[in-house]
Write a protein that binds this ligand. Structure first.
Ligand code: MG
Length: 420
């Protein structure tokens, strides 16, 4: 995809055939899946900050927050509104007569046909159909839903080969790596990807001190404002573990096939509590290139929309005279065992990451519901992964089946823990 918009699979003339000045006048059509979540609301900020540049043609959401999505639709006036849950579809269709309302199975996936770029801000494994539909339609996927890439890696990699398909990461660390790697023309000279982690709210605590932490404690993230699932993942360092697998999926495919051939041994995690350095790439000569900015998700969202250009609007600027210090320290693998579990699942590959992700979604939900303690999240993951059967991720059905079996295992384990 070149310029500010892509040639879709619809056969309509593409902007790449037109002059840059004309391309600059034509808005990029953006579809947003997960509009009522944290990424969704920030994407609307980014798009409305450059109204001549972007047109939000479609909004999609679970449909469980009808008032919020109605307000969003009145504000951005999309052509299409897609709802996973059809309960409030008729009401929204009456309230928004100019909008085509789609609801039920397949509604969110259908957004891929409405845009040049699809932002996937759906939470968890539920985002997989949007990821696949977007890539299979040959569109750009601005991916904030890391779980779909992690759980269904081999299936998503095949979809990425669709002509016109392009995946630009919205996850801040991977967006940083994407930027750092652009400074390099020689894939074989990448020595290491260094993912930074804020350390979350429990940085510096021992395993014993973590035994009694509450849901409220886990949701109090020191630097980032995010949804509850990812905030708990950040507190366990599972988010970083998932991001290690995400980095491998994004940049690990063999060099020459739009990847850099990165192995798990070349992906390192370092704790950086200020969340200013979003990640780094170290090269064979010892040079390291890092991407720095304030912790604001609107920047990676705007990057994924504008790439290979950049947003004309800054979402915060660093005041270098006030920045002071940047600290780095190794992660504590004893207090935060989820990180090592993720490396293990990533190295095992195939459906192991699907098992890891499914068990984690179940365990985090159980923690948020008060059924298990914070330290038991890692216990559930370990015990579920002990039952992993090594199934090859040959197609989507196999991945969905692995996800469901891992969820059932994790739920059974939690039930036993809760009873005891
Ligand atoms: Mg991240």
């Amino acid at each position: 995809m070149g310029g500010t918009a892509s040639v879709g699979s619809s056969g309509k003339p593409g902007l790449t055939e037109q002059s840059d000045s004309l391309a600059a006048m034509t808005a990029t059509r953006v579809a947003l899946a997960g509009s009522t979540g944290s990424i969704g609301t920030q994407t609307i900020d980014v798009v409305t900050a450059e109204p001549d540049r972007y047109e939000l043609t479609a909004l999609g959401a679970s449909g469980r927050q009808p008032d919020l999505i109605a307000e969003q639709a009145r504000r951005v006036q999309p052509k299409v509104l897609a709802l996973d849950d059809p309960t409030h579809a008729d009401r929204l269709a009456r309230e928004l007569p100019a909008v085509e309302v789609r609801a039920g199975p397949g509604a969110l996936e259908s957004l891929a046909e409405e845009a040049d770029v699809v932002v996937n801000g759906v939470v968890g494994f539920a985002g997989l159909p949007v990821t696949l539909a977007t890539l299979q339609a040959g569109r750009r996927l601005a991916l904030a839903n890391k779980e779909s890439l992690i759980a269904a890696g081999p299936v998503v990699q095949r979809a990425r080969r669709t002509p016109g398909a392009e995946l630009v990461p919205v996850d801040s660390e991977h967006c940083a790596l994407h930027q750092c790697l652009r400074a390099n023309d020689v894939p074989s000279r990448v020595a290491k990807l260094v993912l930074t982690a804020s350390g979350g709210p429990f940085r510096g605590r021992t395993r014993d001190q973590l035994a009694s932490v509450t849901v409220e404690d886990a949701l109090a993230h020191p630097t980032w404002s995010m949804g509850p699932k990812i905030t708990v993942d950040s507190s366990t360092l599972m988010n970083k573990g998932l991001e290690v697998i995400e980095a491998h999926e994004l940049f690990g495919v063999p060099a020459g096939d739009a990847g850099w051939g990165i192995t798990f041994d070349q992906i390192e995690v370092v704790v950086h509590p200020q969340s200013i350095v979003h990640s780094m790439v170290e090269f064979s000569d010892g040079a390291t290139i890092a991407q720095l900015s304030l912790p604001d998700m609107r920047l990676p969202i705007s990057y994924a929309l504008a790439y290979p250009d950049r947003s004309a609007v800054p979402f915060g600027r660093i005041d270098w005279s006030q920045l002071g210090r940047l600290d780095f320290e190794p992660p504590d693998y004893v207090a935060f065992p989820c990180l090592a579990l993720a490396y293990d699942a990533g190295r095992a590959g195939q459906t192991a990451p699907a098992w890891l992700n499914a068990a984690n979604e179940v365990a985090v939900a159980a923690f948020l519901d008060g059924l298990i303690s914070w330290t038991q999240i890692a216990d559930v993951l370990k015990a579920t992964l002990d039952r992993y059967d090594g199934t090859i991720a040959s197609d989507l059905g196999v991945v969905i089946d692995a996800d469901q079996r891992a969820r059932a295992e994790a739920r059974a384990l939690i039930e036993r823990m809760y009873v005891e």
